[in-house]
Design a protein around this ligand. Structure first.
Ligand code: VGL
Ligand code: ZN
Length: 179
């Protein structure tokens, strides 16, 4: 049973430069994330990838009165992963209902149950965006009782100041930020 899980958050085309909701330099962490995926897989860890998986008319989109441009629409190129995942990776799709927003990979999904069922005790989080989905996912991991680590060199934020605040908030919540 894997005691460790790597959670790769929202490494999707729309969050990369040139995408619909780009995280500046989001593409710079792709090699790092791929390296972590390989290393964690080699050690027998469970690999989890969350994805933003919105319907065409999602509540978070500006044309629906939300804060974001249309992004990561289900089954479109913008929603595709930009990292190399093993065949047995657990894919968690979130915010797939038109009227529900979910930044955390645990929100409205069975991620906590899957991790517990597989015997996971520690989770390592990487991906984008630090101050939104990465933060929410790491905070929920702590709440669900997992020993939670953030891979500092494999996350990117939308705004540097917000990213720094998010890192502090995570540390206060008990997340160990690894650099
Ligand atoms: C995200 C904004 C909207 C994220 C998702 O993955 O951090 N941010 N949807
Ligand atoms: Zn979204």
């Amino acid at each position: 049973m894997p005691e460790d899980a790597l959670i790769v958050v929202d490494m999707q085309r729309d969050f990369m430069p040139g995408g619909a909701l780009p995280v500046p330099d989001g593409d710079k962490i792709i090699p790092r994330v791929n390296e972590y995926i390989r290393k964690f897989k080699e050690r027998g860890a469970l690999i989890v990838a969350t994805r933003d998986w919105h319907p065409e008319d999602h509540i978070s989109f500006m044309d629906q009165g939300g804060p974001w441009p249309k992004h990561c629409v289900q089954n479109t190129p913008g929603a595709e992963f930009v990292v190399e995942l093993p065949e047995d990776a657990v894919i968690i799709s979130k915010a797939a209902d038109p009227d529900k927003e979910a930044y955390s990979g645990f929100e409205g999904t069975n991620l906590a149950e899957i991790l517990k069922e597989k015997g996971v005790k520690r989770v390592y989080v990487c991906g984008v965006a630090t101050e939104y989905c990465v933060k929410a996912t790491a905070l929920d991991a702590v709440r669900h009782g997992f020993e939670t680590y953030l891979l500092r060199d494999a996350v990117r934020g939308i705004n540097p100041e917000d990213e720094e605040n998010a890192l502090r908030e995570l540390e206060q919540a008990g997340v160990k930020v690894l650099s």
